[in-house]
Structure formats: structure tokens, C-alpha cells
Design a protein around this ligand. Structure first.
Ligand SMILES: NC(=O)c1ccc[n+]([C@@H]2O[C@H](COP(=O)([O-])OP(=O)(O)OC[C@H]3O[C@@H](n4cnc5c(N)ncnc54)[C@H](OP(=O)(O)O)[C@@H]3O)[C@@H](O)[C@H]2O)c1
Length: 329
């Protein structure tokens, strides 16, 4: 294939424009593994990048898409050979490297994960960065000793990609989940994924004391800002809060009281820079004990490269439920 199609983003000062373009392999960012992506997906970060709502690209122009799954075309890295099925999430795709919204992708071998047995490329992208991040959060909480017997886990941003997948995984691990959402109409969806309770954001009184009555044994937070602060104040003794996102803002105003009086752990979750050994182990868990049980329910949309441009705006308006898949080629 001499030329292939790519959804390319150009960032010039404050202006961002994006759309389908023809390009050649030689123009792709450097890497030793050339991949033919078959599926990608859409994450909040993809929407920030494609619309310019957030400054995600650290180069003037890149192909979008922080995730890809597909087949190796050729490899200078001896760990991979033509025909291998692989998955790549985060690692700088769509930020410093050309991303997965393209019929060809060239990446450093260290970012490439062999598709684990038991998952196909479409399932791997239904999981994507969202599911990888959810798995990382569950893994780190468990490492810190979070056990179902301690009590319920709050999940904010519940209907989004990470939220849907983390609810599914936590429930699968035996935890009671209390899903926090702005979408009353999606209560049934959240319960089907495994949430025991659905809390509406507008009905929550976050209080303002340094410590509130204990309400949760732990939490997974996609929102940041006042919602993360609220979680620090009402999480119980030695509970862990996985801080994943900033959909409601990057700020965090709290006190040290939750940490020094209740022993609460605030766990930072970074899915982009996850060391390779942990990345490989988490993909094994994603195909094993953390494999989402409701993937088909969580996939709520499927588009191809031609339909991609119209998909991003609703991510910025908290309008997303579940995961959108992108069929490539
Ligand atoms: N740390 C990491 O490595 C990592 C990895 C992946 C994602 N993230 C971050 O995690 C967050 C969620 O990612 P995602 O891909 O799951 O996003 P998503 O699919 O777009 O879901 C975001 C959800 O958050 C809720 N929300 C509440 N206020 C919002 C607002 N002002 N704007 C947008 N959404 C709002 C909505 O759910 P409800 O209506 O149910 O509340 C929305 O559906 C993002 O901030 C993302 O950047 C971080």
C-alpha cells in the first residue's frame, strides 16, 4: 500500500483542524513495528485532541487516536513478526506519536503488546485505554489491600468509558459499587453493569467539613475538582481512592485530615506511562479475571474513519454512555 488514509490533527497556535488525509508510511512518526490497525476506539482524550478543547498534541500535526489493535505488517523488532495480532494503548499515541485513526501505524516495539489469548482486536478496543485504566485502578487498589468486605466503592463519571468498565470489573471482583452519575435515565444501564446503587450528582450534598461521615470504603474518580475533594472527605479507614480523571476540573481542595486521621490513600493512575511489565500483566488480567462481563452492552456506538469527525463533541458535554469503537480500513 503506497498511500493510506489517516484522521490527521493539525494544531496551529490556538487553531485545531482535523480530517481525513492520504499519507505515506515514510511520513509516519518513527518506530520499528509497522501495524495495520483494524480497530480503534474513542476516549475523552481523543475528543480533547480532535476538537482542540485540550492541548493533547505535543507536535504540530499527528494522526489522532490514542489506541489501536491490529496486525503487524513488518517489524525490525525481533519480538514481533508479520501477521502477529497486537494491541497498543497510550504510550504517547496521538500525543507525541502518530495514533491509531489510520490504516497504518508505526510504533516503538516497547509499546506493542501481543493480543492476549481470549481477546480479539475488536474486544481489545472495546476495552482500550478506558478499560486498561480501569484495570490499573482496580489492580492498584487491590495492591493497597482494598477488599470487598470493607464496604462499597464509589465510581464517579460512571456512564463514561472508564466508569462503565470499572463498574463491570469491580462488581466482577466482588465489590459493591455505588455509581455516581449525572444521567438519571441511565440508572438501569449502570445496574446491569453491576452497580448496586446509583447516586445522582445533583442530589448529593458534598458537605464542607474536613471529614464527613464515612460513606464509602474506597472510590474511583473520573472527575477531579469538588467531586474528588468530596470523596476524600467521606472515604473510610485505610480506603483507597484512585484518581483517574479531570472531567470536572483539575483542582483538588481538601485537607490532610482524610490522610492522617483515616489513613486514606490517594492513588495516582497514569495509563500512558505504565511500565511495560505491568502493562503486559494487566492485559493478561484483562483477558482473564478482569475481563469485562458486559462488553457488548458497554459498546454503544461503532463508526468507521469517515464517520469519526462527528463523534467528538458529545464527549465534551458529558453526553457519553459506554464506549465507541472505530472500524479502520
Ligand atoms: N489517568 C489516566 O491514565 C486516564 C486514562 C483514561 C481516562 N482518563 C480520564 O478519565 C476521565 C474519563 O475518561 P473517559 O474516557 O471515561 O471519558 P468519557 O467516556 O467521555 O466519560 C466521561 C464521563 O464523566 C462524566 N462527566 C461529569 N462531568 C463531566 C464534564 N464536565 N465533562 C465530561 N464528562 C463529565 C459523564 O458521566 P456521568 O454523567 O455518568 O457522570 C461522562 O460520561 C477523563 O478526564 C479522562 O481524561 C485518565
Amino acid at each position: 500500500m503506497n498511500e493510506f488514509r489517516a484522521y490527521r490533527i493539525h494544531q496551529e497556535g490556538r487553531d485545531v483542524r482535523a480530517g481525513l488525509e492520504w499519507m505515506r508510511v515514510a511520513s509516519l512518526t518513527e518506530g520499528d513495528v509497522l501495524v495495520r490497525p483494524t480497530w480503534s476506539g474513542i476516549n475523552f482524550k481523543d475528543a480533547l485532541a480532535a476538537t482542540g478543547a485540550g492541548r493533547i498534541l505535543r507536535r504540530p500535526s499527528l494522526n489522532g487516536g490514542i489506541d489501536a489493535a491490529g496486525v503487524v505488517v513488518e517489524s525490525a523488532d525481533p519480538r514481533f513478526a508479520a501477521g502477529d495480532e497486537v494491541v497498543i494503548t497510550g504510550g504517547g499515541l496521538g500525543e507525541t506519536l502518530d495514533g491509531g485513526y489510520a490504516e497504518r501505524l508505526r510504533v516503538p516495539g516497547d509499546l506493542v503488546v501481543p493480543l492476549p489469548a481470549g481477546l480479539d482486536a475488536r474486544e481489545a478496543m472495546a476495552i482500550g485505554t478506558a478499560g486498561f485504566t480501569a484495570a490499573l485502578a482496580v489492580h492498584q487498589m487491590q495492591r493497597m489491600g482494598q477488599r470487598p468486605e470493607a464496604g462499597p466503592i464509589a465510581v464517579t463519571g460512571a456512564t463514561g468509558g472508564v466508569g462503565s468498565l470499572v463498574i463491570d470489573m469491580l462488581a466482577g471482583q466482588g465489590f459493591e459499587v455505588e455509581a455516581v452519575t449525572g444521567k438519571a435515565e441511565e440508572a438501569e444501564y449502570l445496574k446491569r453493569l453491576g452497580a448496586r446503587e446509583v447516586l445522582l450528582r445533583e442530589e448529593i450534598d458534598p458537605g464542607s467539613r474536613p471529614l464527613e461521615s464515612i460513606r464509602f470504603a474506597g472510590a474511583v474518580d473520573m472527575l477531579g475538582g469538588p467531586w474528588l475533594a468530596w470523596l476524600t472527605r467521606c472515604t473510610g479507614f485505610f480506603g483507597s481512592i484512585a484518581s483517574i480523571g479531570l472531567a470536572a476540573g483539575p483542582g483538588l481542595e481538601t485537607t490532610v485530615m482524610p490522610f492522617i486521621l483515616r489513613g486514606v490513600n490517594l492513588l495516582g493512575i497514569n495509563s500512558v506511562e505504565t511500565p511495560r511489565e505491568l502493562r503486559l500483566a494487566l492485559w493478561q488480567r484483562l483477558a482473564g479475571d478482569l475481563r469485562p462481563r458486559h462488553l457488548e452492552r458497554i459498546v454503544t456506538a461503532e463508526v468507521d474513519l469517515d464517520g469519526l469527525a462527528g463523534c467528538f463533541e458529545r464527549y465534551l458535554a458529558a453526553g457519553v454512555v459506554g464506549r465507541s469503537l472505530v472500524r479502520i480500513g
